[in-house]
Design a protein around this ligand. Sequence first.
Ligand code: ADP
Ligand code: MG
Length: 356
Amino acid sequence: MYNKNKKDRPSNPNQRTELSTLGEFGLIDHLTENIKIKHPGTIKGVGDDAAVIEIKDKMLLLSTDLLIEGIHFDMTFMPLKHLGYKAAVVNFSDIAAMNGIPKQMTVSIAVSNRFPVEALDELYSGILLACEKYNVDLVGGDTSSSVTGLMISVTVTGEAAKDEIVYRNGAKEGDLLCVTGDLGGAYMGLLILEREKQVFKANPDMQPELEGNEYVLQRQLKPEARTDMVHLLKGIDILPTSMIDISDGLASETLHICKQSNVGCRIFEDKIPIDDETRKLAMDFKIIPSVAALSGGEDYELLFTISQGDFPKIEPVHGISIIGHMTPPNDGIYMITNDRKQVEITAQGWDALRRK
Ligand code: ADP
Ligand code: MG
């Protein structure tokens, strides 16, 4: 018989409790019983027909994401705890990209009976870990069965002062284009995991070769949202003119900012921040490192523009790189390569053959 009290439950990794032993309401209680509300604005969390949230003279930000097994994640190499963590964090990243701070979230899941209760415990341990780290209240959700795979939908609220919200459409000619952290790592992590999956398929006795690739694996499996940068920019009195988070790759996000702001831009290849481990692995996979940064995606760093006048404030900041500047729209969207060629940036990254 399934023991609801976690403390008394032996932590046997092989334990498999059928979902039917708890039923829908039992499962919801089980998954949400240890939630403690952190924000005074969260008036009512789990347990009623709707959560109740109070906000005073602020803007409410709202964002949602849907993750489908086999489309957005692969259970063969994504541990459920990491999946839960990532599902939460990518939503926090959307709030950070508006220059806001995430506050509450709901999690809806659809699961087939292929998953035991223990699997959902793993998933929720990742979700709740992210909530602790980012100071977010889990205030509700929905639970349903599914015929085949696992589906997770996360919705998050955030707050920002009225005059502090940053949109994608505010970049101006002459603004500097900046990015936090480093890029391309999450993509290299994905390539490593896919490579090891193929090796494992061919010979299940082989141990995966993950050593030495810790940084890029962590970038893929346990990304972080740059809410720290939202605080940092505020601390040095910078309000970006436009901002977006890098989920699809530097190229695609740059195009979004340029199109919505009606500006062009120049990015300098040698200014794109790329970690040494990422660079080395890209070489091993015969990929130009800047292509991994431009097309790879899932780094969840922030890409933003600032007015030129803010240059002295941003220049000394560790962990922010100025990678280019915005131009008149007719000048197009180009990267200046290391060998001083101009190549057009497309949604796929850049096409080395399409030179200006
Ligand atoms: P309803 O019938 O109104 O949809 P439910 O029985 O589905 O209510 O949910 C009861 C409470 O549990 C609600 O507060 C809901 O937000 C919460 N809840 C349901 N499923 C989940 C879940 N997977 N994670 C977190 N909270 C959940
Ligand atoms: Mg419901």
